[in-house]
Design a protein around this ligand. Structure first.
Ligand code: NAD
Length: 249
């Protein structure tokens, strides 16, 4: 029960890595507000995990400031002050820089980057009142280095890494820790959704040190560590979860 007594809000938690984190959090004793724009999947997961009122669902488009205020208020009234925030929601868009429209760029940045900013800002008051907490921002290996055809995504993930450090420095005095997680290729629907067709990413795994792609639990377990008091002296730090993909020079 490494998260006993914790109250967590996870974004983009209806499926993929966010859903894996929600499952692990409930297993470890947290009460979890699952949020997403995929309402049916989110409600289903909350019903599965929440027979003892450990999980609930709330619609939250992370790019919408008003919805953040509503989701935070609903979490506080349902469970109490928030002590863990996982900014996990994200989208991918592949296009050459020269072909990327302003609308494409703003859509990706609006969800990945602005969503993370709005989320951190929305929970500060509640976490401070609770005496502290942990914010985990899901960036990517694309927040550590560039990748062709991912200009908006890479920009948004670098921004998350930068904001994490600013927030860590400002919020440490309130007992709030802020760290970023940088997954490599993880087996979720994200790449297929961006390309509009199912995609088998397993060949990518053959090129990394551990010779496999990651599974959602590989990331969820690191997010769990950062949410828990096991990481009590970690803040402003970057945690790579990529099977060694970025270990090379
Ligand atoms: P996923 O597509 O399965 O999950 C993303 C979730 O975010 C979905 O449930 C989706 O509905 C939700 N979402 C999309 N737009 C939203 C919005 N406006 N508001 C709220 N929720 C929204 O993909 P995933 O792999 O589980 O992605 C989780 C995070 O991990 C993302 O931030 C992604 O960028 C990051 N990541 C993924 C990989 C990978 O290879 N899968 C690698 C590095 C980083």
């Amino acid at each position: 029960m490494r998260l006993d007594g914790k109250i967590a809000l996870i974004t983009g938690a209806a499926r993929g890595q966010g859903a894996a984190a929600a499952r692990r959090f409930v297993e470890e004793g947290a009460r979890v507000m699952i949020t997403d724009v995929l309402d049916d999947q989110g409600k289903e997961l909350a019903a599965e995990l929440g027979p003892e009122f450990n999980a609930a669902y709330c619609h939250l488009d992370v790019s919408n400031e008003d919805e953040w205020a509503e989701a935070v208020a609903f979490t506080i009234s349902t469970f109490g002050d928030i002590t863990v925030l996982v900014n996990n929601a994200g989208i991918l868009h592949f296009s050459a820089l020269a072909d990327t429209t302003l609308a494409d760029y703003q859509r990706v940045v609006g969800i990945n980057q602005v969503g993370t900013f709005l989320g951190m800002r929305a929970v500060v008051e509640s976490m401070t009142r609770a005496g502290g907490g942990s914010i985990v921002n899901v960036s990517s290996v694309e927040g550590l280095g560039g990748m062709p055809y991912l200009v908006a995504y890479t920009a948004s993930k670098f921004a998350i890494r930068g904001m994490t450090k600013v927030a860590a420095m400002e919020l440490g005095q309130h007992g709030i820790r802020v760290n970023s997680v940088h997954p490599g290729a993880i087996n979720t629907p994200m790449v297929g959704e961006a390309l509009g067709r199912p995609v088998d990413i397993t060949p990518i795994g053959k090129k990394v040190a551990l010779r496999r792609v990651g599974q959602p639990d590989d990331v969820a377990n690191v997010v769990l560590f950062l949410a828990s008091d096991d990481s009590a002296y970690c803040t402003g730090a970057e945690f790579t979860v990529d099977g060694g993909a970025t270990a090379t020079h």
